[in-house]
Design a protein around this ligand. Structure first.
Ligand code: KMT
Ligand code: NI
Length: 175
């Protein structure tokens, strides 16, 4: 895992997405202030232990790549890259390949988190984020959910700003 400020260069057309590395790192403690935790677990048994400790009941696996998704790849990647939130805390565990999660910091700037094989990230409910593949164009990930999978990304807008999970997140982050 590596985290840094996103460089905000205009988004290129097409893929693969460049790293957008500004050269300014973001520390794990800054990430934890945003409510993000990170681990590296070479063995899936550690993932299982964490999941049961935190009361996670559901999981699935997704492989994001042109080869596995075919025609819907572009569309999927576009939807993952649209800024959104979820109403549940979520765990993402990278089984193979890698990818970028961008999260909003307190000043509403993007922080980019590069995840590689065996990285695990816990993202709080209500944080604005987006995801994209890296130059390898290949992300195999386990998505873990506390209860029923609530896949639905809620795209950022007036409604999400007033969302109860968003407000709870901001209260926790800023207290
Ligand atoms: C999310 O929450 O944006 C995603 O789950 C993206 C795909 S999982 C690597
Ligand atoms: Ni999401």
């Amino acid at each position: 895992m590596r985290a840094y400020w996103y460089d905000n260069q205009p988004p290129p057309t097409g893929r693969p997405a460049p790293p957008h590395d500004s050269g300014r790192p973001v520390s794990p403690s800054d990430l934890s202030k945003l409510g993000i935790l990170h681990y590296n677990y070479p063995d899936v048994s550690a993932v299982n232990a964490l999941a049961s400790e935190r009361g996670y009941k559901n999981r699935d696996e997704i492989t994001i790549s042109p080869a596995t998704m075919g025609d819907i790849y572009e569309e999927k990647v576009k939807s993952f890259f649209h800024e959104h939130l979820h109403e549940d805390e979520e765990i993402r565990y990278i089984l193979d390949g890698g990818g970028f999660f961008d999260v909003r910091n307190k000043d509403d700037d993007w922080v980019r988190i590069q995840l590689e094989k065996h990285d695990l990230m816990i993202m709080p409910a209500g944080i604005y984020h987006r995801f994209t593949t890296d130059e390898k164009n290949y992300t195999k990930a386990m998505r873990l959910f506390k209860d029923e999978p609530k896949w639905t990304p809620l795209n950022r807008g007036e409604e999400t700003d007033g969302n109860r999970y968003r407000k709870e997140y901001l209260q926790t982050r800023d207290s």
